[in-house]
Design a protein. Structure first.
Length: 393
């Protein structure tokens, strides 16, 4: 492997040259079935023709325009994105480049809202243990996993990590004199595909509403239809039996199908918090990303498409649970975690040799995040490889 890059990744021994649908091909022409889709990025697989066409056509117009101005394509993308997120309560959007940037923006909105309404001292943002919100100094502070914190302190102060699922701990943590927001993933990705319970999110929505604490969802990995609804938290109900509404939502990864992009969406309560000079992003609202994002939204945000994701996910998890040496399988839609009886990273290496690309959540957990265009035949092909490797181990 080439050593010109900083040693920030444990890289598997392969170099890819092209992709097509659910497959990638290395520089020697070997074909690999992709069950990771770039960690939930390539929602429509590789080289999806309408996506390629949209990027090419926009590149022939202009690559970038300063945010002093607006562009037709970015306006269209923003309108369609807000429409897609309207069931979750969203009204306005800020466009950036990445998930970490989106989460930084979310924290800024929450703190300014609380400061302007209640004064200083009410700035804490509560997150959950096992969460992952990014790798900047602030989003590391928000992340509730100690393994990511080593060597990088001191961190931005004002974050409190609590165990997920414990309503009593949540009640104690959400002090209305100190807390600006509760920030969580409806399904945690990096810690092994861990869904929150209905009871927990119902309690969270109720407590936040009663105490005017912002309810914030990081949908960077679990959003964009991956679990069978556009936003994962839409599947949870409030105390009145209605779908939960959020105050702030963040998106990235699959937002523009492989073109770097992130978004912070604001509900009614906080839609006017930021004013000129409060926030910015040089490459945010990039026209090429917006052109790609329009294709993603036009393709994905449809009831039939979501239902298809659910059906594929049900097939995948049913077949996984029938495999030998699988301790547990869990998830929603095409976001699945598998606990096996051995370490996951060496398993990824042997899967690669057999032409299958998998992801790890550390420890003994495999993570499956295939593209939405994966077929039943390709699912069966991937499951067959996993079965053979489990039997061989």
């Amino acid at each position: 492997m080439n050593n010109m890059f900083m040693n920030t990744y444990n890289r598997l021994p392969v170099t890819f040259a092209k992709g097509e649908g659910a497959y990638l091909y290395d520089v020697n022409g070997k074909k690999y079935l992709d069950f990771g889709s770039g960690i939930a990025v390539n929602l429509l697989g590789h080289n999806y023709p309408p996506l390629v066409k949209a990027v090419q056509e926009q590149a022939q117009k202009f690559f970038h325009v300063c945010n002093y101005y607006q562009t037709d394509v970015t306006l269209a993308f923003a309108e369609k994105l807000i429409e897609a997120c309207a069931p979750g309560g969203m009204k306005k959007v800020f466009l950036g480049n990445s998930g970490a940037e989106a989460n930084e923006g979310a924290c800024k909105i929450a703190r300014k809202y609380s400061l302007k309404k209640y004064g200083e001292g009410r700035h804490t943002i509560v997150t959950l243990k096992g969460s992952f919100h990014g790798r900047t100094i602030t989003t590391l502070a928000a992340t509730g996993q100690d393994k990511f914190h080593k060597d990088f302190g001191p961190f931005t102060e004002g974050f409190l990590h609590i165990p997920g699922g414990d309503i009593n701990e949540l009640d104690k943590a959400l002090d209305p004199k100190k807390v600006a927001g509760l920030f969580m993933e409806a399904i945690q990705g990096e810690s092994g595909i861990v869904p929150q319970s209905q009871e927990y999110l119902e309690a969270a929505a109720k407590l936040c509403a009663e105490r005017d604490i912002l309810l914030m969802f990081d949908e960077i990995q679990c959003g964009m239809g991956r679990t069978g609804t556009f936003l994962a938290f839409e599947q949870y109900k409030d105390a009145g039996g209605n779908p939960i509404k959020a105050d702030i939502v963040t998106l990235a990864k699959g937002l523009c199908g492989g073109i770097p992009a992130g978004a912070v969406l604001a509900g009614e309560k906080v839609s006017e918090v930021l004013v000129p000079g409060d926030h910015g992003s040089t490459f945010g609202a990039n026209p090429i990303a917006a052109a790609a994002g329009l294709v993603i939204l036009d393709t994905v945000n449809k009831p039939d498409f979501f239902n298809n994701i659910k059906l594929k996910g049900e097939k995948l998890i049913t077949e996984i649970k029938a495999l030998p040496k699988v301790k547990e399988a869990r998830g929603k839609g095409l976001m699945i975690g598998i606990d096996i009886e051995r370490e996951s990273w060496p398993f990824l290496q042997t899967a690669l040799e057999k032409g299958l690309l998998l992801l790890s959540s550390g420890g003994n957990t495999l993570r499956l995040l295939p593209s939405y265009i994966i077929t039943d035949k390709e699912i069966e092909q991937g499951i067959g490889i996993i079965k053979d490797l489990l039997n061989a181990g």
